[in-house]
Design a protein around this ligand. Structure first.
Ligand code: ZN
Length: 275
């Protein structure tokens, strides 16, 4: 049984749900900052972010992205920020958000169906983004949605576009990716390279169950309104309650909770290069 500290990430909002689906979804820079602070106080070391515009729609506008990061850093300087480069905007625009220099950003290795959406991650452009992130010192959070995605990440490593240790999110439950089952989680973890760090991103109904299995297996853990809008059937969640529930699971399994400073060491975050 693992007793190593666990890094908890709060995914405050995703690219799809709106306030009409859950009023606790942060939209404005201030709402992001408040949610980040509440999650940090509850035990999260990292906040994973998809930024929204004034109307609540997903945006990769660099000015708005920076406003949100600045608001979070001003309110809770300790927390580590991780920007998503995912979503459904044109790839070139999504890729630009790493110029805002978060400590981490997602890197999605493959194009896939994402429910009824088309999640484009073209091989050449994706490699350019990986190279740029390495140049800037922004750690990639490698999101693997299916077995083949890991192979592409290992190719990037061979090509010198990634630095070890690799940090993976095993995303399960997206229609178009691998299903949210314990078998898929166990099998995908078994294929990761030695020394890699990982967490499961369990989307939807089985969020709590699969995350609990991952915590028991020694992985890191993520929760938040991006992954599930509900605490349980019929009960809407907010980000801090989801983090608090996950912390209880970790404590029950005797995993101490990593502070952001400990998380930066455990994930081997590089120093950010000067602008
Ligand atoms: Zn995300």
């Amino acid at each position: 049984m693992s007793t190593s500290p666990i890094v908890i990430t709060a995914a405050l909002t995703g690219p799809i749900a709106m306030k009409a689906d859950n009023p606790a979804l942060p939209i404005t820079p201030e709402e992001f900052a408040i949610a980040a602070e509440q999650c940090y106080k509850a035990g999260a070391a990292i906040v994973h972010l998809h930024i929204r515009d004034e109307k609540g729609a997903p945006t990769v506008n660099p000015k708005r992205v920076k406003e949100c990061l600045d608001a979070i850093h001003a309110r809770v300087p300790e927390v580590l920020t991780q920007l998503s480069t995912g979503g459904f905007d044109p790839y070139e625009e999504r890729a630009k958000i790493v110029e805002v220099r978060p400590r981490m950003a997602s890197l999605n290795p493959c194009t896939m169906s994402f429910g009824m959406g088309e999640f484009r991650n073209p091989p050449k452009e994706m490699r350019k983004l990986a190279a740029r992130m390495r140049e800037l010192g922004v750690k990639p959070e490698l999101e693997i949605y299916d077995y083949g995605h890991l192979g592409v990440c290992l190719s990037l490593l061979k090509e010198g576009l990634l630095a070890e240790p690799l940090q993976f999110s095993i995303v399960l439950g997206v229609p178009g990716g691998a299903a949210a089952t314990p078998q898929n989680l166990v099998n995908m973890v078994a294929t990761l390279p030695t020394g890699a760090t990982w967490q499961v991103v369990a989307v939807g109904r089985l969020n709590l169950e699969l995350t609990t299995i991952a915590v028991a297996m020694g992985g890191n853990a993520r929760t938040g309104l991006e992954d599930t809008l509900y605490l349980r059937k019929g009960v809407l969640a907010d980000n801090a309650s989801l983090v608090a529930r996950l912390v209880q699971v970790c404590k029950g399994l005797e995993r101490p909770i990593a502070t952001p400073a400990e998380a930066a060491k455990l994930l081997h975050l590089p120093e950010l290069k000067e602008a």
